[in-house]
Design a protein around this ligand. Structure first.
Ligand code: ZN
Ligand code: ZN
Ligand code: FE
Length: 722
């Protein structure tokens, strides 16, 4: 008997080769019917024997295309229509969107082979791609994902490309960015001249998938210092693009897991350890033992790197912490004089997207910045969200998140909301996501901090607003990632978060539920003199830590610090903080290894660089009814040499966390930017394991504020009034 069945497949299923796969399966099973895209995802209607349909369904679930991610398959019986063939039908438009947008993906192996095959018609074509690779999120204006809805809409396919586009047997069947030398974008300059410029120490702006990159020779000291000067980025480490994994392994120690991540189709920047034969220019990543490395993701990069075969610095084109630039107009307006030449083309970047940053911690990935290759990948939630919700994140490393049904979509890294252009980028991203997902929020969630630009934006909207405490949101993000049932005991350690009691939190132990939390323990607070200003002054932080922990030190009586002394004694403009980030700053200052602020997180990286795993002991600490005193730790640091102090300091923090959570019979969650410190995280996880405890650490989203929007989204507490 002939049957007909309809399948609605949702998830990341458009632009990833799903329809041709369904077509192929249907052909093989001798089924008739049709397949098409709509806003729900992919719809397949198949007609044939019950047995063939069952077999089709089984293979549909098993053989999904490489870049796809299925969140749900629903099926219903239909009346047979006596169809005689199987077709790929026109996409349907709809009002609500449940499908997900795939991230951009690095050039696949087949396309790489064609790119360098002199007999292929796309030999050295700088925009080669196929259904398994290439731009997606960065070229999509709206869904469904079809060529007219992308920035490829201005290019008319030539006959040969059209043939491939229409052929279900082709790797480019319905590959929206399809193009060739005859019909695609063109570069403004020859790649030969760009390579000559790079080799002679020039700084080149190159249009990459998600924005412009500033590039220069990573072995040329003068080029690096010129770039740093022109970009006003004196210290922060720069990422390096390599021609091959072998050339990375010449400079760095790369573990198997790191190798796999670097070679993956996400091709993120991966932080690895510099090797014994490290030979890049000193200024690339000064004073730390790490280097951010990556391989090419776009064909333009592949062609350049093959030609010059030398590592090049590749950093987002922006001034200090402003958003990445995506168009020539802004590039010339903002960065005039920063670059010597620009390599660009006429395919527009619709959605900006930085390079992602990742590291391997305890053998598995930990994202630090989710952007190209990752965003806007969706997360399936264990529990449904009440009504369409938008969460707007914190201030630093801002991301936004949309929540509907059981899906959370977290945006690409937006950045620190500290400049006008960053705030504009934040608003633009919200608008873009609303448009892409045809999404109208009914509720907004923001940080408890009243003065964050994200909070202010939320309060200006005519919608109910809920504010979530920062460290609670950190814990909720990990709970959402793992679908953990509440409650958990969360170690929430970071730099800065508004406590709601006037203090700056950041060394918290929270018993966290979806609708609230209890503070189980915290670090004994010390004061930041001058509030926010103190954050970039490690001497001030150390002064206050010594004073408030009651430790005698010449710094306290130095005549140069008389003003600080007066301020702290009179408690003028001094905000208490329990921030572990600031404890790190004070520790590095008192060890003598970070005397002035260089970049965010530098104190941790410098302490890590001195860590010696043969030193396993730690300094004592006291926990008075949930208030943890760091006094003996600072006294120890002042007594010991930096090398010993660094190791004992990391061990002490791990000890504090392990000893404090061990009495709770609850799942342990580690969250907050401090856990980017892979040494601390690894030491702590080992200690917890010895206590018979497994820790949940962020694996799909960053431990830092990049995950705050996700945590805010799953909060179920009551709305707050403004
Ligand atoms: Zn490809
Ligand atoms: Zn063509
Ligand atoms: Fe935070």
């Amino acid at each position: 008997m002939i049957k007909r069945r309809r399948y609605e497949i949702s998830g990341t299923v458009q632009g990833v080769g799903f329809r041709p796969m369904v077509y192929r399966l249907a052909q093989e099973m001798k089924l008739t019917g049709r397949v098409f895209n709509n806003a729900l995802g992919v719809i397949a209607e198949v007609e044939g024997s019950g047995e063939a349909i069952a077999h089709f369904e089984e293979r549909l679930r098993r053989e999904k295309p490489a870049l796809s991610e299925i969140t749900d398959i629903r099926s219903t019986d239909q009346k047979p229509q006596n169809t005689t063939e199987f077709t790929i039908a026109q996409s349907e438009d709809a009002d609500t969107v449940f499908t997900h947008i795939p991230p951009d993906t690095a050039l696949c192996k087949e396309c790489q082979d064609e790119l360098f095959n002199a007999y292929d018609r796309r030999y050295l074509f700088p925009f080669i791609s196929c259904v398994n690779c290439g731009p997606r999120f960065t070229i999509i204006k709206s869904l469904p994902y079809d060529r007219p809805n992308t920035s490829m809409n201005i290019f008319k396919m030539c006959d040969r490309c059209m043939e491939e586009y229409a052929n279900p047997q082709s790797r480019r069947f319905h590959a929206q960015p399809i193009a060739c030398h005859n019909c695609g974008s063109t570069l403004n300059l020859s790649i030969d001249s760009i390579c000559e410029n790079l080799l002679s120490g020039k700084i080149i702006a190159i249009k990459a998938l998600g924005g412009f990159l500033l590039c220069c020779d990573a072995t040329n000291d003068e080029a690096i210092s010129l770039l740093r000067k022109r970009k006003s980025r004196p210290h922060k480490p720069l990422a390096v693009l390599f021609a091959s994994i072998e050339s990375i392994e010449k400079e760095c120690e790369v573990s198997l897991a790191e190798r796999e991540l670097i070679l993956s189709n996400r091709a993120p920047i991966t932080l690895v350890k510099k090797g014994k034969n490290y030979s890049l220019a000193e200024g690339v990543a000064p004073d730390i033992d790490r280097l951010g490395v990556m391989l090419s993701s776009s064909p333009i990069q592949y062609i350049i790197m093959r030609k010059i075969n030398r590592p090049i610095v590749a950093t987002s084109a922006n001034i200090s912490d402003e958003p990445v630039i995506t168009d020539e107009g802004t590039l010339f307006e903002k960065l005039n004089g920063v670059f010597d030449a620009v390599l660009t083309h006429d395919r527009d970047i619709v959605n900006a997207c930085d390079d992602s940053v990742t590291q391997i911690v305890n053998g598995d990935i930990m994202p630090i910045r989710r952007a190209r290759g990752f965003a806007p990948q969706a997360l399936n939630l264990a529990r449904a969200i009440d009504c369409p919700t938008i969460a707007v994140g914190a201030r630093q490393k801002n991301t936004i998140a949309l929540g509907f049904n059981k899906s959370a979509v977290v945006s690409q890294h937006i950045g620190d909301l500290e400049s006008v252009s960053s705030i504009e980028y934040f608003v633009r991203t919200i608008e873009a996501f609303k448009r892409l997902y045809k999404f109208e929020p009914e509720r907004i969630v923001c940080d408890l901090h009243p003065f964050y630009a994200s909070t202010r934006w939320a309060r200006e909207q005519p919608l109910p607003v809920t504010a979530v405490q920062h460290h609670h949101a950190h814990a909720l993000a990990v709970m959402a990632e793992y679908g953990l049932e509440a409650p958990v005991i969360a170690v929430a350690w970071d730099g800065t978060g508004y406590g709601g009691d006037g203090a700056i939190w950041g060394g918290e132990f929270l018993i966290a539920r979806y609708d609230g939390f209890d503070r189980a323990a915290t670090i004994k607070p010390f004061r930041l003199i001058g509030g926010d200003r103190a954050i970039k002054d490690p001497m001030r932080i150390s002064f206050a830590a010594l004073y408030d922990y009651g430790i005698e030190h010449p710094l306290l009586n130095d005549i140069k610090n008389a003003n600080l002394r007066r301020a702290i004694e009179a408690n003028i403009n001094s905000t208490p903080t329990s921030s572990i980030g600031r404890i790190f700053d004070a520790a590095a200052f008192l060890m003598g290894i970070e005397q002035s602020y260089t970049f965010e997180g530098a104190s941790g990286l410098k302490i890590e660089a001195l860590f010696d795993e043969r030193i396993t002991d730690s300094y004592p600490f006291e926990n008075h009814c949930g208030t943890i005193d760091m006094r003996e730790i600072f006294r120890g640091i002042l007594r010991d040499s930096p090398a010993i102090a660094a190791s004992r300091f990391i061990n002490s923090l791990a000890n504090i966390a392990a000893q404090t959570v061990k009495d709770y019979d609850l799942p342990v969650v580690l969250c907050g930017g401090v856990f980017q410190n892979k040494t601390l995280t690894a030491v702590l996880m080992k200690k917890l394991l010895r206590l018979g405890k497994k820790a949940y650490i962020p694996r799909r989203f960053p431990p830092n504020d990049g995950a705050i929007s996700l945590g805010q989204l799953v909060y179920t507490g009551l709305p707050s009034s403004s």
